[in-house]
Design a protein around this ligand. Structure first.
Ligand code: F6P
Length: 559
């Protein structure tokens, strides 16, 4: 990986000069070239990536590829996939790609082949899924489990939540009696609702936490445990004791078996994964249990196969045709050379409702950093602010800013080419297919308008300022052949690798997250002051006043 600051690289300096020329170019001029659409598109693993609406030329891409080479991207890819300790600050590999290697593969890491362990873990997960689907996993009173609640946050929530929602159509017939739910917020909002509605006899909690120390998850888990004990043991249901509740109603997923045991998760209900799987990269293994419960193990394996296909492409395709590399370079160009520091993710498919939230963690927790591997502060921008929403809904919310605001924003439009051809009823199928066409029309229209501005319409004559569209806003369009387990796997892997390539260029570590640690510590101290009513003098004037407001509210509550 590169050591010298990347903004000292020859290619960086050339790009800086080149950017001066390109800043004056409007996308509508670049599109005078009729071959541009095809020239800037690439395909791999069921995905088509159209980068023609980026504000760049073939020459820009050549220079960016030089930058990638100077930054050591090819060596970085090799180091990542072969299990080198690319997570430098924590001195370990980042081997999410090993979670999707086929069983016949082998990957020796630190002297050990990790593939057999990966598949043993998947098999253990498959056994749990089968038991739940076959109604053989029963609660303490003997009734089959109906509601499974995943208690987790961040990477132990967002990936499974996003994928289960995206692939709900793939639910096999035997999975229909198991409902999967997610509770992540430490304030208990989601959990309180479930506890009101669910039957404790038929509810199973999956405590998902790589570290098994995350207060958000553990506080939800404690509330869930007390609820079950109160309703199943203390209410005196005959023959039910605490051990049975722990055995029949709790599964743990973690890299910390000791902590799970200490909490009371029985050995048979522990699914383990490894320190070398980062939380936000973990949906491919045991953390994916809720996914497998919804889509079945066969489809879960297709999700892995799709991601693996993208891994193979990432490893083998030349840089100039490599989808993750090109997507990453488009980002580098926008952030570092065109000064576009906002990035919106806009799926045109309701099933991808949680995709933007998932990417917010993947990109910003990975690359929201300013210190390089050797501890130097960077003198260039890194991860942009990334947010998103379903495109059609966002059209009625924040597209106003995209089209006429003062912030330049780059957008990723994501849509499936085909949908609804398996709907049985012919009339409904026709309606839904028409809705899909309408959605695609909107997707393509928006990226075109962002690109061309007023030039997108033929109307002649000067338009008043409030009706003017400046255009020249870059975007990427990503088309999935269909939204399937395999293409979703490739899509997620595409973004994972994009993040890695950008980090390699910026010289930062995408696999740690030290920026979230201090907040946890200070929240602990603040919590003690709130509870103990001592130590207020250590706080600043604002926090003091806020804490006093809470105490006052508590006193009023008591009256
Ligand atoms: O606080 C950030 C973080 O560590 C994320 O990186 C992680 O995905 C999330 O918390 C949950 O962590 P865990 O799975 O250890 O509970």
């Amino acid at each position: 990986m590169n050591q010298a600051p990347i903004d000292q690289a020859v290619a960086w300096k050339r790009l800086m000069e080149h950017a001066q020329e390109m800043r004056g170019a409007h996308l509508s001029q670049l599109f005078i070239d009729q071959t541009r659409g095809a020239a800037f598109a690439r395909r791999a693993a069921g995905l088509t990536l159209d980068l023609s609406k980026q504000r760049w030329s073939e020459a820009t891409i050549e220079m960016l590829l030089d930058l990638a080479r100077e930054a050591g991207v090819p060596e970085g890819i090799q180091a990542l996939l072969s299990g080198e300790h690319v997570n430098v600050s924590e001195d370990r590999p980042a081997l999410h790609t090993a979670l999707r290697l086929p069983p016949e593969a082998s990957l020796i890491v630190d002297g050990e082949d990790v593939v057999p362990g990966v598949h043993a873990s998947l098999d253990r997960m498959a056994t749990m899924v089968e038991r739940l689907h076959a109604r053989q996993w029963r609660g303490a009173t003997g009734r089959p489990i109906h509601d499974v609640v995943n208690l987790g946050v961040g990477g132990s929530d967002l990936g499974p939540l996003m994928v289960t929602h995206a692939l709900a159509d793939y639910r096999p017939a035997d999975a229909h009696h198991v409902e999967v739910h997610f509770a992540s917020t430490m304030d208990g909002s989601q959990l309180a609702d479930y506890l009101n509605r669910f039957n404790p006899e038929t509810t199973l909690f999956v405590i998902s936490s790589k570290s098994f120390t995350t207060i958000d998850t553990l506080s939800n888990a404690r509330t869930a445990r007390d609820w079950l004990m109160a309703r199943l043991v203390n209410d005196g249901i005959q023959g039910v004791d605490e051990n049975m509740v722990m055995r029949q109603h709790f599964v743990g997923v973690s890299a910390k078996p000791d902590k799970m045991s200490e909490w009371g998760i029985v050995d048979a209900n522990q699914l383990l994964f490894w320190e070398w799987v980062g939380g936000r990269y973990s949906l491919w293994g045991a953390i994916g249990l809720p996914i497998a419960l919804v889509i079945g193990m066969a489809n879960f394996r297709k999700l892995l196969a799709g991601a693996h296909a993208m891994d193979e492409h990432f490893a083998q395709a030349p840089l100039a045709d490599n989808l993750p590399v090109l997507l990453a370079l488009a980002g580098i160009w926008n952030v570092n050379f065109l000064d576009i520091r906002a990035h919106s993710i806009l799926p045109y498919d309701g099933r991808l409702e949680h995709f933007a939230a998932y990417l917010e963690q993947l990109e910003m927790e990975s690359n929201g950093k300013s210190s390089t591997h050797d501890g130097r502060q960077v003198s260039y921008a890194t991860c942009p602010v990334l947010w998103g929403q379903l495109g059609p809904n966002a059209q009625h919310a924040f597209y106003q800013l995209l089209h006429q605001g003062t912030q330049p924003v780059v957008c990723d439009f994501i849509a499936p080419l085909k949908r609804y051809d398996d709907v049985e009823d012919a009339a409904t199928r026709d309606h839904l297919k028409a809705q899909h066409r309408l959605t695609l029309a909107n997707c393509f229209a928006q990226s075109r308008l962002l690109m061309l501005g007023d030039d997108a319409i033929e109307e002649s004559g000067e338009r008043p300022g409030h009706k003017r569209y400046r255009g020249n806003q870059p975007s990427t369009t990503l088309l999935l052949d269909r939204l399937t387990p395999a293409t979703l796997g490739s899509l997620i892997a595409l973004y994972e690798h994009k993040v890695f390539v950008q980090a390699a260029i910026w010289g930062i570590n995408p696999f740690d997250q030290w920026g979230v640690e201090l907040g946890k510590q200070i929240a602990g101290e603040t919590g003690e002051i709130l509870a103990e009513h001592e130590g207020l003098e250590k706080m600043d004037a604002s926090t003091r006043a806020l804490i006093e407001a809470v105490w006052l509210a508590e006193q009023e509550g008591d009256r």
